[in-house]
Design a protein around this ligand. Structure first.
Ligand SMILES: Nc1ncnc2c1ncn2[C@@H]1O[C@H](COP(=O)(O)OP(=O)(O)OP(=O)(O)O)[C@@H](O)[C@H]1O
Length: 441
């Protein structure tokens, strides 16, 4: 009896496919993330792997590369949404047997499964596989703030407490949430990340709690919600401050009762989830001005963790930069050796408003553009390269160019004198005096 492995983080969908294929005479195992899939693949010799392209911890392409990189001739079928078809087609060049578009038609799947099992497997010329340290690698850092952060992660990880992660955009809040999940005894179950900032109010109930087919226009299939998908695992609610008041009420109820009712259903489903939320706003303020419910805030905030900005992690800056350099070398197949002294200095002076995400993007771009072994200032974005010049441009240290500078500052601020004065770091009164002095209108 052929042995199949199905991987999809949608638990209900996975078991539906499994039931169908078992009835057709296959032995089927299921799992819901890449990590547990690899464990299974190492234990059992499968005849076919069917995986979703998007998995919570790593994507299906990564998994495909892992399988092929280990010289396995096991065929892999990718399941994909319409939007990712191009990726799936591309993946066939890298050894995927075939792909199938969601929503899955059972008979189409059955045909593909049968041909995958009968067609003589092409021995795939695996490129030497670099199992990425990948973007999900968590670098701990050595600065005092990082040590503090990691201590908190270690402490709260193994408990079942809800955690509120607070930090500026791009500081690594999702990575912190994943590390907490990894340290918990829920780690073999799903980590479901939800960006609350992009869920329209009208669809929130269906997104969180699922819906039955036909329960509203557009509900063409049954859908399980994020709570059910995260059952026994962790539900990560990013940008929690963006939820509408109405959704906050529904969420609080679900968290208190640990039961959810899909839209259009009369039955409640028990769920066992740990919730980790993240925000880059001041939720205390939002609760006192009434835009965020205080009861929900307390339910989410059994323990809070502040993720420091990159500027506060000075000692970690080059550690992270080198880490992103390694990753970018792998991703882009380059071999850049490091950063020259001037670049290191520019990095240290810069403010990094976009934090780790900005650093990661900056390094990747620099690796792509580099024509030299070391990264030099020329391949850095203007805002980093020109930071000193920018500041100097509008400071009035040189009497000779004062008049030109004032004119430039006024041009830049569309004639707004207050803003021009701020730009030149002088007070308005000084600016007025100088305008008079130089006869500028
Ligand atoms: N400790 C870490 N080690 C390595 N890479 C990291 C670490 N923390 C974050 N990153 C990388 O930095 C980028 C931003 O991280 P992440 O998405 O977790 O930030 P965030 O605070 O959740 O962002 P947002 O506020 O926009 O939701 C990601 O590409 C992530 O892989």
């Amino acid at each position: 009896m052929p042995k199949l492995l199905i991987i999809d983080d949608d638990v209900a969908f996975c078991s539906m496919l499994a039931t169908f294929l078992i009835k057709k005479g296959f032995r089927v195992e299921t799992c819901h993330n890449a990590k547990s899939a690899i464990k299974k693949i190492e234990e059992i010799s499968f005849d076919l792997v069917i995986t979703d392209l998007r998995l919570p911890d790593n994507d299906g392409i990564w998994l495909l590369n892992f399988i092929k990189g280990n010289n396995a001739i096991v065929p892999v079928i990718l399941m994909t949404n319409y939007a990712d078809i191009a990726t799936a087609v591309n993946a066939m060049k890298n050894g995927a047997f075939d792909y199938i578009e969601k929503p899955i038609q059972p008979n189409e799947l059955l045909n593909k499964v049968q041909s995958a099992l009968t067609i003589q497997p092409k021995v795939f010329e695996a490129k030497p596989i670099k199992i990425h340290k990948s973007s999900s690698t968590f670098l701990k850092g050595v600065s005092p703030k990082s040590k503090n952060l990691n201590e908190f992660i270690d402490l709260v990880g193994p408990t079942d407490m809800s955690v509120l992660i607070i930090g500026e955009s791009g500081t690594g809040k999702e990575n912190v949430a994943r590390s907490i999940h990894e340290k918990s005894n829920r780690k073999d179950h799903s980590f479901v990340a939800v960006d609350c900032g992009v869920i329209p109010k009208e669809l929130a109930a269906s997104e969180f709690f699922g819906h039955l087919k036909g329960s509203f226009t557009g509900a063409i299939n049954d859908k399980i919600g994020h709570f059910e998908a995260a059952n026994k695992g962790t539900l990560f609610l990013d940008e929690i401050g963006n939820l509408s008041y109405e959704t906050q009420v529904q969420l609080l109820r679900a968290l208190q009762e640990l039961r959810v009712k899909p839209v259009g259903s009369n039955d409640e489903i028990a769920v066992d989830v740990r919730v980790i939320a993240a925000t880059n706003e001041n939720l205390n303020e939002a609760t006192s001005n009434g835009t965020f419910r205080e009861d929900l805030f307390h339910r989410l905030n059994e323990f809070s963790i502040n993720v420091p900005s990159l500027k506060e992690r000075e000692d970690d800056l080059m550690l992270f930069a080198n880490h992103f350099l390694d990753q970018s070398n792998i991703d882009l197949d380059r071999d850049i050796k490091g950063f020259d002294t001037e670049t290191t200095q520019l990095f240290a002076n810069y403010n990094w408003p976009g934090n780790l995400r900005e650093l990661k993007n900056t390094v990747k771009r620099a690796v792509l553009l580099s024509r030299t072994e070391m990264i030099v200032p020329e391949v850095l974005p203007n805002e980093i390269r020109m930071q000193n010049q920018k500041e100097d441009t509008f400071s009035l240290y040189n009497a000779d160019n004062e008049m030109t500078l004032i004119k430039k500052a006024l041009e830049k601020t569309d004639g707004n004198k207050t803003k021009a004065a701020q730009l030149m770091k002088i007070d308005r009164k000084t600016l007025y005096n100088k305008l008079k002095l130089y006869g500028i209108d």
